[in-house]
Design a protein around this ligand. Structure first.
Ligand code: NGO
Length: 553
C-alpha cells in the first residue's frame, strides 16, 4: 500500500533560472501570433545590418525594486561573442553566482561566456571585504564600454547585483532559446542596499501540497526581486507536510490529503534539506512554521493521544478555520511540541522558527497564554528566534520575538494597540497586512482564484503603503520588514501561484528593499509595466492588471 506521495520530481533542474510550469499551458492564438511577430521583427532587425539604430539600453534606474541610486554616465557596455564572466575573488560562492549568471545569459545570447579569473574586461564579480557601504546585502554596479563590474562586501550583495544586471538587459535575455542582440547595458553606476533586513514571502503548502520542484520555481521568482526569506507554512488542519521521525504518522497519515480531498503529500527530511539548500543558493533563508495550538487537525487526526478526549478526529479537507486545538493540560502535548520543534530546528540553519498562534478560537484564553509561553521557551531552547502571528502578543512574547501582523482595515483598535504596545517591550514586527500583502486576496470581483475576506487587493493597494508608518504607536525601528503570504485554499499548481503573486509580489519586494524616497505609484507602475515582457520570457503568466501600463510583449 502506498502510504504517501511526495511528488518530488527526480530530475535535476535544468540550468535556467525559472522553468516552465508542471502543467503545460495552452498556447492561445494571440500568444502564437505574438511570438511569430517577435520572430519576424527580430529577423528584420538582424537583416537590416549593424548600421540600423539599435534600441537605447534600458535606463539604469528602471529596475524593480528601485535602487538607492542610479547615475547614468558614459557609453554603454555590450556583451559580445568574446565576453568573459570574471570572478575577481577566491570565493566558491562568487564562482557559483557567476555560473548562475552564465546559466541565464548563455541560452539567449548564444555566446559561450566562459567563467574565468581576474581581468579588466567583461562582466566582473568582485568581493571587497572593506566595502562597508554595501553592508550585508548591498552592491555597486559600474558599467562602461570596457566592463560591467559588480562589487559587494558579501556574496549576497553580488547575487542581488546580478539580479539588477539581468533586468538591465532586454527582457528576451530571460528566454531559453537564442535571441537577437544587441545585449547592451547603459553606462553609469548603480548603488544599492536594502531598506529592511526581512523581506519575505510565505507559501502555504498545507492547504494544497506543492512539490519540491514547484517550491524551487517560486524560490527563483522570489530571488529575482531580492526577497531573502521563504516562510513555509508546513502544517494546518488539512495537512502535515514535514517528516518528523519521533511522530511519523504526522506526515504519513496527517499528510495524506489536502483541501478538496486530493492526495496531499509531505516533504521527507531530504526534500526539506534540498529546499533549504536551493533557497540558500539564492540567498533566501527558510523560515519553517508549525501552526500551534490551533490549525492542528492533521496532527490531532494522526495521534489520538493529542486530543483531550483521546479520540482522533477524521482528516479534514474543507476550508473552515478555528475549530481545532491541541490539548493544553496534557503532558504529552509538550512531548509532541518539544520533539517537533527539536527536529525542525535541527533541520533548519536559519535564525527563525514560526509557531503560528493565529485563530486559536477553540483554545480558552488562559490556555492559549500558557501554551504559547511554553512553546516559545522550547524554540529558545533549540536556539531559534520565535516568530508568531500577531495574536502571540496576547501571550507574553519573550524578548526579541517577532510578531507577524496580518490585520486589515477592519482590525479593531484594541488589537492594533496590543501589537504596538508589545513593540515597546522589545517585540519586533514583520508586516503582512491582509488587505495589502496577502497575495491570496482577489484583485477584484472578477478574479477567479483566491479569497476576499479582507477585501479586494489591487496592484496599487498592495504597493501603496509605508511599512514604517503602518502601525500607529509602534516603536520606531521595531519593523524588521515585510512579508507577502500566499495561502493556498484555492491554489493547486505553479500557474495558479503565479496568477496571484504576479504582479503584486514585486511591489511588496520593493516596499522591503527600496528607500521610502523612491515610493511613488506613477513611477512604480511604469517600472512594473516594463517587467511584463520579462515575466513572459520567464514563462510567468501574470495577471494583466488594467491599472498598469504593460509594455508590449
Ligand atoms: C488567515 C488565516 C489562514 C487563512 C488565511 C486566508 C492567518 C494568519 N490565518 O491568515 O488560516 O488561510 O487567512 O487568507
Amino acid at each position: 500500500m502506498r502510504l504517501h506521495r511526495t511528488r518530488q520530481s527526480s530530475s535535476v533542474p535544468p540550468p535556467r533560472s525559472v522553468r516552465t510550469p508542471r502543467r503545460a499551458r495552452r498556447i492561445t492564438l494571440p500568444r502564437l501570433l505574438g511570438s511569430l511577430l517577435l520572430v519576424t521583427a527580430a529577423g528584420a532587425a538582424a537583416g537590416s545590418g549593424p548600421a540600423a539604430a539599435a534600441p537605447a539600453p534600458r535606463p539604469l534606474g528602471q529596475v524593480v525594486p528601485a535602487p538607492v541610486e542610479a547615475k547614468p554616465g558614459g557609453s554603454p557596455y555590450a556583451i559580445t561573442a568574446g565576453t568573459r564572466i570574471r570572478v575577481e575573488s577566491e570565493s566558491r560562492e562568487a564562482r557559483r553566482i557567476a555560473d548562475q549568471l552564465a546559466g541565464v545569459l548563455r541560452p539567449s545570447t548564444g555566446y559561450a561566456l566562459p567563467v574565468t579569473g581576474r581581468g579588466s574586461d567583461g562582466i566582473r564579480l568582485r568581493l571587497d571585504p572593506h566595502d562597508d557601504a554595501s553592508g550585508a546585502e548591498g552592491y555597486t554596479l559600474r558599467s562602461n564600454p570596457g566592463s560591467v563590474t559588480i562589487t559587494a562586501r558579501e556574496p549576497a550583495g553580488l547575487f542581488h547585483g546580478v539580479q539588477t544586471l539581468r533586468q538591465l538587459f532586454p527582457a528576451r535575455v530571460e528566454r531559453n532559446s537564442r535571441q537577437e542582440g544587441p545585449w547592451t547595458v547603459a553606462g553609469g553606476t548603480v548603488r544599492d542596499a536594502p531598506r529592511y533586513a526581512y523581506r519575505g514571502a510565505m507559501l502555504d503548502v498545507s492547504r494544497h501540497f506543492f512539490s519540491v520542484a514547484e517550491v524551487k520555481r517560486y524560490i527563483d521568482q522570489l530571488a529575482l526581486y531580492k526577497l531573502n526569506k521563504l516562510h513555509l507554512h508546513l502544517s494546518d488542519d488539512q495537512g502535515w507536510r514535514i517528516a518528523i521521525d519521533s511522530w511519523p504518522r504526522l506526515a504519513t497519515y496527517g499528510g495524506r490529503t489536502e483541501v478538496g480531498g486530493g492526495p496531499g503529500g509531505y516533504y521527507t527530511k531530504a526534500d526539506y534539506r534540498e529546499i533549504v539548500r536551493y533557497a540558500a543558493s539564492r540567498y533566501l533563508e527558510v523560515v519553517p512554521e508549525i501552526d500551534l495550538p490551533g490549525h492542528t487537525n492533521a496532527a490531532l487526526a494522526s495521534y489520538a493521544e493529542l486530543n483531550c478526549d483521546g479520540v482522533a478526529p477524521p482528516l479534514y479537507t474543507g476550508t473552515n478555520v478555528g475549530f481545532s486545538s491541541l490539548c493544553v493540560p496534557k503532558a504529552v502535548t509538550y512531548d509532541f511540541v518539544d520533539d517537533v520543534i527539536r527536529e525542525l530546528a535541527a533541520l533548519t540553519p536559519g535564525t527563525y522558527l514560526h509557531i503560528g498562534g493565529d485563530e486559536a478560537h477553540s483554545t480558552a484564553h488562559d490556555d492559549y497564554v500558557a501554551f504559547m509561553n511554553k512553546a516559545q521557551a522550547v524554540v529558545g531552547r533549540y536556539g531559534k528566534t520565535v516568530i508568531g502571528w500577531h495574536q502571540l502578543t496576547g501571550a507574553t512574547p519573550v524578548g526579541g520575538t517577532v510578531a507577524q501582523y496580518w490585520g486589515y482595515d477592519r482590525t479593531g483598535a484594541d488589537e492594533r494597540k496590543q501589537v504596538a504596545d508589545a513593540t515597546a517591550r522589545g517585540t519586533k514586527l514583520v508586516l503582512s497586512p491582509a488587505d495589502r500583502g496577502y497575495l491570496d486576496m482577489k484583485y477584484d470581483k472578477d478574479t477567479e482564484l483566491g479569497l476576499s475576506w479582507a477585501g479586494y487587493v489591487s496592484v496599487r493597494r498592495s504597493y501603496d503603503w509605508d511599512p514604517a508608518a503602518y502601525l500607529d504607536g509602534a516603536r520606531p525601528g521595531s519593523v524588521l520588514g515585510v512579508e507577502a503570504p500566499l495561502w493556498s485554499e484555492t491554489l493547486t499548481n505553479s500557474a495558479e501561484i503565479e496568477q496571484m503573486a504576479f504582479p503584486r509580489l514585486p511591489g511588496i519586494a520593493e516596499l522591503g528593499w527600496s528607500p521610502a524616497s523612491t515610493h511613488d505609484w506613477d513611477a512604480y507602475k511604469a517600472r512594473l509595466g516594463a517587467q511584463g515582457p520579462r515575466l513572459s520570457a520567464l514563462g510567468i503568466d501574470y495577471y494583466r492588471a488594467p491599472e498598469v501600463p504593460w509594455a508590449a510583449e
